[in-house]
Design a protein around this ligand. Structure first.
Ligand SMILES: [Zn+2]
Ligand SMILES: [Zn+2]
Length: 211
């Protein structure tokens, strides 16, 4: 009922097909899935890569394209929480359950104006399908913007820029919305490892492109 009322005030539109009445259609999200080959978390090359043959591997539901750009943009600016959770469900449905004890979303930077963390919602959707709990164990330490970090051409962010706020036993699996240079996922992975938490791998909704 409340949802109907809200729709009357702010009608939602699927950013992919333009259909009215919902944030995004599941079919539209599923149609975006391309499942590019698993890639090296350190450099983004197809796994196993020559440079990091034993490095952790990252999965992606899809790669950069115009529709994805629309979708991610809509998620950021139209607060489509439901869409992000659905993306996580679709992502998880595409791959087998990882050998991990919990999912760790890339944290939202302190200076972010967004009210919610896209990566965390994707993790929640994926966690539901895989039956793995989501743990917010990471936080940004310095005031480097998350977006700035993504756009940065530097492959590695300064050491210790992400810190572990709670040490939990078990193997972590990192979740983010987009993988560009890989610096964000690597910074998270590095701090987990440094805190003695094993990293089983990572998954993102989309590989490549800048959103
Ligand atoms: Zn649609
Ligand atoms: Zn590599």
């Amino acid at each position: 009922m409340l949802e109907l009322l809200l729709h009357a005030v702010w009608p939602s539109v699927c950013p992919v097909c333009g259909r009215l009445g919902r944030a995004v259609c599941r079919e539209c999200i599923e149609a975006l899935v391309e499942a590019p080959p698993p890639f090296c978390m350190s450099c983004g090359a197809e796994a196993p890569c020559a440079e990091h043959p034993r490095g952790a591997v990252c999965l992606a539901a899809t790669s950069y394209n115009a529709m994805n750009r629309e979708l991610i943009h809509a998620m950021k600016y139209r607060e489509a929480r439901r869409a992000a959770i659905m993306m996580g469900e679709v992502l998880a449905g595409r791959f087998g359950k990882p050998d991990a004890d919990f999912l760790v979303p890339v944290p939202l930077h302190k200076s972010s104006e967004r009210e919610y963390n896209q990566a965390e919602l994707i993790a929640r959707g994926a966690g539901r399908v895989w039956n793995i709990e989501v743990r917010r164990v990471l936080e940004w330490r310095a005031s480097v913007g998350r977006q700035a970090a993504k756009e940065s051409s530097a492959r590695y962010l300064p050491k210790g820029i992400v810190s572990v706020r709670s040490r939990v036993p078990g193997r972590a699996f990192v979740i983010d919305d987009v993988f560009t240079s890989g610096s964000t996922v690597m910074a998270c992975s590095d701090s987990l490892l440094k805190a003695g938490i094993a990293v089983a791998g990572a998954a993102v909704w989309s590989k490549g492109g800048s959103y």
